[in-house]
Design a protein around this ligand. Structure first.
Ligand code: ATP
Length: 316
């Protein structure tokens, strides 16, 4: 990327990465670039290959084919420099239970050759509301607190590129807010952030750009606002007290796999569609319990992309 005539190294460059586990092709040739300073979302349903990709990025697994570079450093050939530039918050909580929070963070600093790192460790702990727990043993912490330590551990060496693999899975609202405030600040200060999450409203709010993976393949890569415009648009929510959706409206369902016969979310090409849809419903003996016109969100986009890239047009 060029900014003001200066070439800026991409934060992460992923080229044609393939990974197979026995019969399962977990990644089928994934390529994309995360630019320096971006807040980037990597989304996909369970088993799409997100964690596999992050493991290869972090040097914990090897790709069968393809390459990944972190700020120009190949994660295999130049592992040490790639690792130095990267902070990864893994999905799983794995700790040595005998150390306190502060000791855990000091040991992690030691891996990166950082000795006098206490000022930054204190700052990270304060920002993650961990200060009170600094001298508590890891085994005595709740799951949410352990997750905060995982985040702190990934940040001890002030990595320019931070990857968070579902950091808010199973954590309370308070931690989510604390965490996002801190991560957003780091992003404003120039850190690149890559996030995987199943909370799509978080991704919608935070991410500049979003990649979607489905069964090891990239199915979308767009600016968040473009994705929302392209796929989402406006929708009509209907709940029937009597009758079923006329067959000719089935094609408009946002989620084609919807099995609830009473509730339907239909894609609108324009507001004129509302009148035509309601007239059709009336003609077919449907009675409405509830009706609402909604702006689609990232969750709707996700459902549409995962059900196939084609966007069904509005009423003919
Ligand atoms: P989730 O949202 O559930 O975390 P994910 O997108 O991170 O999913 P991965 O964990 O990368 O998906 O898994 C991709 C596929 O590879 C899955 O089908 C998974 O079962 C399989 N897989 C992952 N790790 C291994 C392994 N070590 N051995 C065999 N299969 C694996």
């Amino acid at each position: 990327m060029r900014t003001g005539g200066v070439f800026v190294m991409p934060a992460i460059e992923i080229r044609n990465v393939k990974k197979r586990y026995k019969a399962l092709q977990a990644l089928k040739g994934v390529s994309f670039t995360v630019e320096d300073g971006e807040f980037f979302g990597l989304l996909g349903p369970n088993g799409a290959g997100k964690t596999t990709l992050i493991s290869i990025l972090a040097g914990l697994a090897r790709a069968d084919e393809g390459s990944i570079a972190v700020r120009g450093h190949d994660v295999v050939a130049d592992y040490r420099n790639a690792r130095r530039n990267l902070g990864v918050v893994p999905q799983e909580l794995v700790f040595d239970p005998f150390f306190t929070v502060r000791e855990t963070l000091r040991i992690q600093s030691g891996y990166f050759g950082l000795r006098n790192n206490d000022a930054w460790i204190d700052e990270v702990m304060a920002n993650l509301d961990l200060t009170e727990k600094a001298d508590v043993n890891m085994r005595a912490l709740s799951g949410g607190m352990k997750r905060r330590v995982l985040v702190a551990q990934a940040l001890v060496h002030r990595p320019p590129v931070i990857v968070l693999d579902e950091p808010t899975a199973g954590v309370d609202v308070e931690l989510r807010q604390t965490l996002w405030k801190f991560i957003a600040r780091l992003n404003r200060e120039g850190h690149t952030i890559v996030l995987t999450t199943h909370y799509l409203e978080e991704a919608e709010q935070l991410c500049d750009r979003i990649a979607m993976l489905r069964r090891g393949e990239m199915v979308a890569l767009e600016r968040t606002s473009t994705l929302l415009q392209r796929f989402a648009g406006t929708q009509l929510f209907l709940r029937f007290s009597e009758g079923v959706l006329p067959g000719e409206l089935r094609a408009l369902e946002v989620d084609p796999s919807n099995v609830n016969a009473r509730q339907h979310l239909l894609r609108l090409a324009s507001y004129d569609d509302v009148e035509r849809i309601l007239a059709l419903c009336r003609a077919n003996g449907c009675k409405l319990d509830e009706m609402e016109v909604r702006k689609a969100d990232l969750e709707d986009v996700f459902v549409q992309v995962m059900n196939g890239p084609e966007v069904v047009e509005g009423l003919a």
